[in-house]
Design a protein around this ligand. Structure first.
Ligand code: ATP
Length: 228
């Protein structure tokens, strides 16, 4: 069943158009990698889905309901958990408070999150501002999970993190996938991203230019669209 359907969205920053027709579907339980070089529209697509930048045209449906005219908090309540670029934890709240503030009923609780990220369990009483970048990313993921979302969106899942911590984040993403969590993920580490993705959606200049399975994303296509 289709969980998220993005069809032909066009999104602007003031007078400047950033998206010119992005199409993207996510089925229940699917992991989709949103790819493209810098500035091609990945973050804007995510912001459009979450209601932070409303598209001027096109359609976004989540669980069968139109969401492209809804407020961000309503979209979150429908079951989209965002892990934004730059993490944005509340610095003056403790780890526990950050998690509790996001909590909505469901299977994810503080115990579940600290089971996934034991480092957070050791730091529940610490202020988020005292955490390392990697721990803040774990907290941002934990906070999204505490909302018990139907879809988790990770914008730059491991950017700027130490290699060991990156591995912890990828391990967590693989565990979530194994549990059937639907995920939309952006990351530059192809070697980790491709094996975890069921499908890839590639953006170029604000348009969806290619969709397919990771094994179909040949080196030629990677050269053409991702410059690697
Ligand atoms: P990156 O990997 O660098 O984050 P991206 O694929 O996420 O890139 P976006 O950040 O969505 O790309 O940017 C898409 C386009 O929108 C770019 O041309 C960018 O310059 C423009 N853009 C992004 N944010 C703004 C903004 N606040 N105001 C004006 N234009 C913006």
């Amino acid at each position: 069943m289709t969980l998220l359907r993005v069809a032909g969205i066009e999104t602007f920053y003031g007078a400047s158009q950033a998206l010119f027709g992005v199409d993207l579907d996510i089925a229940e339980g699917e992991v989709v990698a949103l790819m493209g070089r810098n500035g091609m529209g990945k973050t804007t697509t995510i912001r459009s889905i979450c209601g932070l930048n409303r598209p001027r045209s096109g359609a976004i449906e989540f669980g069968g309901a139109a969401i492209d005219r809804r407020q961000p908090f309503r979209i979150a309540r429908l079951g989209i958990g965002l892990v934004p670029e730059g993490r944005r934890c509340f610095p003056n709240l403790t780890v526990r408070e950050n998690l509790v503030a996001a909590a909505r009923p469901g299977k994810w609780t503080i115990d579940g999150v600290t089971g996934l990220f034991p480092r957070l369990g050791e730091r529940l009483g610490q202020y988020a501002s005292t955490l390392s970048g990697g721990e803040q990313q774990m907290l941002a993921i934990g906070r999204a999970l505490m909302t018990n979302p139907r879809l988790v969106i990770l914008d730059e899942a491991t950017e700027g993190l130490a290699p060991v911590i990156r591995q912890d984040i990828w391990t967590a993403i693989r565990k979530l996938k194994a549990e059937g969590q639907s995920i939309l993920v952006v990351d530059k580490t192809m070697a980790e991203l491709l094996p975890v993705a069921d499908r890839c959606v590639v953006l170029e200049k604000g348009r969806t230019v290619w969709t397919g399975r990771p094994q179909e994303l040949t080196e030629d296509l990677q050269d053409r669209y991702l410059g690697v």
